[in-house]
Write a protein that binds this ligand. Structure first.
Ligand code: SER
Length: 638
């Protein structure tokens, strides 16, 4: 079965069982300062898991776009990807273990037609010190469904507990979490690799087992004193990797062959090479180009910090690996067409933003190709010089068995690590545009070995250099934060409502084509990106200021109205990416006593209750270009 078919079947399976189907949220989390990207299905639903009422009810299902930064360097084997779709179903204080486990089992075996004897399951073993009991209930349900005891394993919190911050010890107060029960598919054709331990088991990393679904029984919330209490309502949070389920359904342990064939074929055609001979390069290019397309589709642009840096790293790494395949011309921006074509009907923003996606990848590719070969030549020269200097030549230390990521080649000598300092890495990055992680990857392929401790030290040193440089080159360095609202302090909240008013003002004076393209709000100021083709004159900015200040001085109420999406659209409510929102939406309105509506926008809050709570005079202090068709303003309350 293909991933398209599995996605469709999953959603209709849960629809038939009373679930509302909700659209995927953006990869760029809205108003969530804790994370750079949406990496699981539950993140966008957090308020509802904590008890807020969801406009669509208590049973939901979706397929959520996810991106996991921590997996970038894992890509290259047959199962890791940075971008994936996570099928999800939720019970918000509704059904519990019995229904969840039974439904998922039925879905896998009846809908996807996976043989039950290929499935293993794991359950939570409990943690006495934290007062968390063993999940024998889930195990019983699995047994009733026919999974023999020999294929049910219990693990501790490291494996069978889920929260956004991992194990119970790492959870901050107020964070929800709970035990989970995972399902694994066994590729019996893959022999166990003893390198990973004497005995193979579901959580062994040798590749015989693949996790295909995780039912989290989210019933606890962490307290200030470190103990756990029960949530007012217990939830089920199920997540299953769509591409992995497809791999299991085909009994093929190569996620790429099953799900990325359309890109693989494209690479083969252009490079005249074969996938089988270049597994790592193909997989990296395929994963990174798909992820880059989706990230740009959700508004991320290449830059030197945060999300933009990760995107830049993906594209540049893609260029490096296409160089390995012998490509020295525009390549990635042509591959991206395949991705857009394949997903355009499911994720409409991909086709809407297709020209921007292509153009950004093309620009970034061109920029990096210019310096890639020069950089590699310098790197090799410096490494050789270092070896000669130490008089070690080829006789040097033999380090035959050091394993790099994926299947990088390890040469049999090791140049001294002393050359590699944060400063050196930074200079290299500055001159040639190699993201630091990529330089280290190059060094590893040359036989370097970095212990995790060394790696951390280098990363920190690099960061220091980076910060120093920023301070020198740009006075008044801005505090670094991760996107959306930096926090939920009173000042940030004030500026958030003010930002709504500003957008309404911009649309009022510039036209309806103006939409939000990104925002960053701290207690000090709001930074706001919007679609508009040219510079905005001071006269218009003055009018916008006046509009906002008028709404502030008129002491208008900020009210939330729930309404059907279609009605909101008809009323002219502002919002970008309508397809991400459910059929019932929350509209925040700034409405004055005289009936004037200053702003009406889709949002999840938080906002002030009345504009009289906004302290200060609104001022737009800067207007500049961000990229083609996108402008940025900075504004403050003085
Ligand atoms: N939140 C869980 C996970 O990401 C299940 O959806 O695995």
């Amino acid at each position: 079965m293909t991933s398209e078919e599995i996605r469709k079947r999953f959603l209709s399976f849960f629809k038939e069982r009373g679930h509302a189907i909700i659209p995927s949220a953006s990869l760029v989390p809205e108003n969530d300062p804790t994370t750079l990207f949406t990496g699981s299905g539950m993140q966008p639903l957090l308020p509802y898991l904590l008890g807020e009422k969801h406009p669509q009810g208590t049973k939901l299902a979706d397929s959520q776009k996810c991106f996991r930064t921590q997996d970038i360097e894992e890509v290259g084997d047959n199962r890791h990807t940075t971008f994936f779709e996570m099928l999800g179903n939720w019970s918000l204080g509704d059904y519990w273990k019995e229904e969840q486990i039974q439904w998922f089992f039925e879905f896998l075996t009846k809908e996807v037609k996976i043989l039950p004897e290929k499935l293993w399951v794991t359950c939570f073993d409990g943690d006495e010190t934290l007062g968390l009991s063993k999940d024998t209930k889930s195990a019983e349900i699995w047994k009733k469904l026919g999974i023999p005891e020999s294929r049910i394993r219990f693990y501790g919190a490291k494996k069978n507990w889920w929260s956004r911050s991992g194990v119970p010890e790492n959870m901050p107060a107020g964070e929800p979490g709970g035990p989970d029960s995972e399902v694994f598919y066994e590729f019996t054709q893959v022999a166990h690799d003893p390198k990973f331990g004497a005995e193979c088991h579901p959580n062994c990393d040798c590749g015989r087992f693949l996790e295909i679904g995780n039912s989290v029984f989210m019933q606890y919330v962490k307290k200030e004193d470190g103990s756990f209490e029960l949530l007012p309502k217990r939830n089920v949070d199920f997540g299953g990797g769509l591409e992995r389920i497809a791999a299991a359904s085909n009994n093929n342990n190569d996620i790429f062959l099953v799900n990325y064939n359309y890109i693989i074929k494209g690479i083969e055609r252009v490079t005249k090479t074969k996938y089988e001979d270049n597994l790592q390069a193909y997989r990296i290019i395929a994963d990174h180009i798909k992820a880059a397309a989706f990230l740009i589709g959700d508004g991320v642009l290449p830059s030197n910090t945060d999300k933009g840096y990760i995107l830049r790293r993906l594209i540049r790494r893609g260029v490096r690996y296409s160089d390995i395949l012998g490509i020295d011309k525009e390549f990635l921006s042509t591959l991206v067409d395949f991705v857009i074509e394949k997903y355009k009907d499911v994720y409409s923003n991909l086709s809407e933003r297709a020209p921007i996606i292509k153009n950004e990848i093309k620009k970034e590719e061109e920029k990096f190709r210019d310096t890639l070969s020069k950089g590699l030549a310098v790197l090799n020269k410096e490494l050789k010089a270092q070896i000669v200097k130490r008089g070690e030549a080829v006789e040097a230390q033999k380090i035959s068995l050091i394993q790099g990521p994926g299947n990088v080649q390890i040469s049999d000598y090791r140049p001294p690590n002393s050359m590699v300092t944060g400063r050196w890495l930074f200079d290299f990055y500055q001159t040639f545009g190699f993201p630091v992680e990529m330089i280290i990857e190059e060094l590893k392929s040359q036989g370097y070995y970095f212990s995790p401790k060394e790696y951390k030290r280098l990363a920190n040193e690099f960061k220091e250099e980076f910060e120093k440089h920023k301070e020198v080159s740009r006075a008044g360095l801005e505090k670094k934060f991760k996107g959306g609202l930096a926090d939920t302090s009173e000042k940030t909240t004030m500026l958030h409502t003010t930002t709504h008013l500003m957008l309404a003002g911009l649309r009022n004076f510039l036209g309806e084509h103006v939409h939000q393209a990104g925002s960053n709000i701290t207690p000090e100021r709001t930074r706001f990106d919007f679609s508009h083709p040219e510079k905005v004159g001071r006269d218009i900015l003055d009018k916008v200021e006046k509009y906002v200040n008028e709404a502030i001085s008129k002491k208008c109420d900020v009210i939330i109205e729930q309404m059907p999406k279609a009605e909101a659209q008809k009323k002219g409510v502002e919002g970008s990416f309508w397809e991400r929102y459910p059929d019932m939406v929350n509209v925040y309105m700034v409405k004055c006593e005289d009936g004037t509506i200053y702003s009406q926008e889709l949002c999840g809050g938080p906002h002030v209750k009345n504009t009289k709570d906004i302290k200060g005079v609104f001022k737009i202090v800067k207007e500049e270009a961000v990229s083609a068709g996108v402008r940025r303003v900075k504004a403050v309350l003085e």
